[in-house]
Design a protein around this ligand. Structure first.
Ligand code: GLN
Ligand code: ZN
Length: 757
């Protein structure tokens, strides 16, 4: 049994690449220094895999920023505006990734998007009518040679032609299909060059194959690969898929003259059925993704061994593989010094997953796998009762009734009651929650974390900030106020730390984009709320003003989506547990006088399944009820707000409306407001606050500009349903731009009210 790794994390176990890159950006180290760091990281990654006997070790999975961006450079798809800067190849690359502002010019970065259903982001390649695809194979060739020089045979990994064209944005008249010929030629040429340089296998990553494919997509895919493979030299070609199954193109994949097909048997729900139903071609190797590249739990060897045996029964030649790149999990448990063995014995980060591949390889080679010591040790672990269970929480979830998901009275009745209660002006103004996290706020938190100040001192400072924030909002003239969120560094971590059932790591970083990494909490056990989490802050803030203060919470779906979830219970169950905990907080806020409560679901859309046919059954059917459960217990006069960080929800508008919030705010200023047509067409009943200015930029919008945005909104949304607010929270902004921006926002609303009334 051979083993394969699809890709390895690259930022370094202590984020060495991040720090070196940022130093390079600041001009503190040279390009050669940065290359040196990169080289030593690659060597360490290859060494770790070699030590664990991985047979198919990837190369070219390294990237200074993102591998889709690398593919754009590989194919010569560098837009003219970046070439025109006249920078070095490395700096041109970084200009595409991060934008450039300096003596050579001023250009924005390429667009960035989420990589399928992960929290990793890729740079969107741009193809214009003049783009001439041509191969620039220096990077994969160099990385192949570098490993070879160290005595290691590696498998170059490249973003596949189909996925590349599906993700690219065509900015002119031409469509992706118009670039197919040139693209296939470049990939064919690449195969020749890699073979000549000694590559035995080449891996093309094609995750785009696990989405719903149209007839046109299938045609594009087969025609690309027929042409690429026609130029195939001596190197063997593996088409690697992940994040789902390839039900729409399994037969086409099998019919191509490929040497290997990589399938995901964890997220790919139908992968087994496909192999069993249609068989697996005898002339190909099946790379079976069975070691989870996305989650941090140990592999269950009994399950994996049974799966491999089942696949082998079909006659397929099987290579044991990770389910996707290990990029999505942290590096190593060795960096975690504070978590006890009770927890860590259940975890496997990237390095530990290599160990699992190694053990499984041995186990699978044995005549009687279940007799192997490693197998038995693993079986004993899974047989052992695991901590973190809370019978009371489980009983509460079991006791949820259908009626608990429904808030009464109906929306329209509540809307009338609330209009009367709050008596807000037309076009009420508000913000999304956080105010600038200035240096003093961060310093206060850091001092408290280091034990330099007491909890009382920490709290006193935050109360002072709240008081200033409330005074500022009153002065500016906002209608519905917020406390500013000074007590949180992060909208998920804060609640994770307050709730029981979550674990936190010290160094378990995962790359989110470029040099940015996140440290997701781990849902370890049943989730419950031991004590109020935000009540004190919100009550204090409300005590300072006559205006309504919004209680501010993060919703269950977002908390779950930004954590590593459990695998021993369903996502639905876990979401309901978190929902019950947040529900208690909502009821506490209400009981303590908060009349408006905002429950953020910033990440609700993020985990929407890749296939439309799974949206309802796999996700919305529990995500929306989980949200409804959070607020269904409040009185009619309590107003529930929610917030989302994107406007691309045209396709799930009915689902969003059925969250049954009273008001929803969302990001809109950077999109073309197309969402408004969709809201109108769907008779959206929830009151809406599409963001009137972009908070990702320090620009101050003028009154006229905001009025312009609002006028457009008023064409589609009845005035009595429209709120006025920025795009998102203000925590990353400076005070300098925040004050005038909000003043302009309030002024714009006032002027329009006079026009409209
Ligand atoms: N209430 C949060 C804030 O204002 C929302 C953040 C978000 O949507 N990402 O920061
Ligand atoms: Zn947001």
């Amino acid at each position: 049994m051979k083993t394969s790794v699809i890709g390895y994390p690259r930022v370094g176990s202590l984020r060495e690449l991040k720090f070196a890159s940022e130093k390079y950006f600041r001009g503190e180290i040279s390009a050669a220094d940065l290359q040196e760091t990169a080289k030593s990281l690659r060597a360490a990654h290859i060494a770790a895999q070699r030590k664990n006997g991985v047979d198919f070790i990837p190369c070219n999975d390294f990237s200074f920023y993102d591998t889709v961006l690398d593919a754009a450079v590989l194919l010569g798809a560098v837009p003219v505006r970046y070439k025109a800067l006249g920078l070095s190849p490395l700096d041109t690359y970084f200009a595409m990734a991060r934008g450039y502002q300096g003596k050579n010019g001023d250009v924005k970065a390429l667009a960035m998007k989420k990589w399928f259903n992960t929290n990793y982001h890729y740079m969107v390649p741009e193809l214009d009518d003049d783009t001439a695809i041509a191969l620039h194979a220096e990077k994969p060739l160099a990385e192949l040679a570098e490993a070879k020089a160290a005595g290691v045979q590696t498998k170059p990994v490249v973003c596949g032609a189909f996925t590349f064209l599906k993700l690219a944005r065509c900015t002119g008249e031409k469509t992706a299909a118009d670039f197919a010929r040139q693209t296939a030629a470049a990939y064919g040429e690449l195969l020749g060059k890699l073979a000549a340089a000694g590559a035995e296998w080449v891996q093309f990553d094609e995750p785009a194959l696990v989405r719903d494919l149209t007839a046109e997509d299938k045609k594009l895919f087969t025609s690309l690969y027929e042409e690429i493979l026609a130029q195939k030299g001596s190197a063997k070609v593996l088409v690697q898929t992940y994040f789902g199954d390839v039900r729409d193109c399994y037969k086409e994949l099998c019919a191509l003259p490929l040497d290997g097909i990589g399938l995901d048997f964890l997220e790919g729900r139908e992968s087994f059925a496909l192999v069993e139903k249609y068989g697996f071609p005898a002339d190909k190797v099946l790379f079976a993704g069975l070691v989870n590249g996305k989650n941090i739990w140990k592999n269950n060897y009994a399950t994996t061994v049974a799966a491999v045996q089942k696949l082998q029964k079909t006659g397929a030649e099987v290579v044991l593989s990770t389910s996707c790149s290990l990029l999505h999990v942290p590096y190593t448990l060795r960096n975690e010094t504070k978590l006890s063995a009770e927890y860590t014995e259940r975890f496997a980060f990237a390095e530990e997953k290599l160990g699992e591949l190694c053990e499984l390889k041995e186990i699978l080679a044995a005549a009687a796998p279940e007799k192997c010591a490693a197998y038995q040790k693993n079986a004993a672990l899974f047989a052992r009762e695991r901590g973190g269970k809370n019978a009371a929480v489980q009983a509460k979830v079991a006791a949820i009734k259908e009626s608990d998901y429904t808030r009464l009275p109906a929306f329209e009745v509540r809307e009338a009651i609330q209009k009367e209660r709050f008596a807000l002006p037309l076009l009420p103004t508000t913000t999304i929650g956080s105010f600038p996290q200035t240096a003093d706020v961060k310093a206060n938190r850091a001092a408290f974390k280091k034990g330099e100040i007491t909890k009382a001192e920490y709290d006193t400072f935050n109360r002072k900030k709240i008081a200033e924030c409330v005074a500022l909002q009153e002065k500016i003239g906002l209608d519905v106020l917020v406390h500013g969120e000074y007590e949180r560094n992060d909208m998920v971590e804060y609640f994770g730390e307050c709730l029981s059932g979550f674990l936190f790591t010290e160094k378990a970083w995962v790359q989110s984009y470029g040099t940015r990494c996140v440290k997701p909490p781990i849902v370890w056990g049943d989730v419950s709320r031991e004590k109020p989490m935000t009540v004190e802050w919100s009550v204090y803030a409300q005590s300072l003003t006559e205006k309504p203060m919004k209680g501010m919470l993060t919703g269950p779906v977002t908390i779950l989506n930004w954590s590593f979830p459990r695998e021993d219970i369903t996502l639905r169950e876990c979401a309901l547990q978190i929902a019950l905990a947040i529900r208690e907080e909502v009821l506490d806020l209400e009981a303590n006088g908060l009349k408006i409560i905002q429950i953020d679901e910033a990440a609700l859309r993020e985990k929407l399944p890749l296939r439309k046919s799974d949206w309802e059954s796999d996700y919305l059917s529990w995500a929306i009820p989980a949200f409804r459960l959070v607020h269904s217990g409040v009185k009619a006069e309590t107003q529930i707000h929610t917030h989302m960080c994107y406007s691309e929800f045209t396709d799930i508008i009915p689902a969003i409306d059925s969250m049954d919030a009273d008001v929803i705010t969302f990001e809109a200023s950077r999109s073309d407001l197309l969402i408004l047509d969709a809201l109108k067409a769907n008779n959206f009943r929830t009151e809406v606050g599409p963001g009137v200015y972009d908070i990702h930029s320090p620009r101050v919008p003028s009154v006229e500009e905001i009025k312009g945005a609002l006028r457009k909104m008023l064409e589609k949304i009845p005035a009595k349903k429209l709120w006025v607010n920025p795009d998102c929270g203000l925590k990353t902004r400076g005070v300098e731009e925040t004050i005038p921006s909000l003043e302009h926002l309030v002024e714009a609303a006032k002027q329009l009210r006079n026009e409209n009334l």
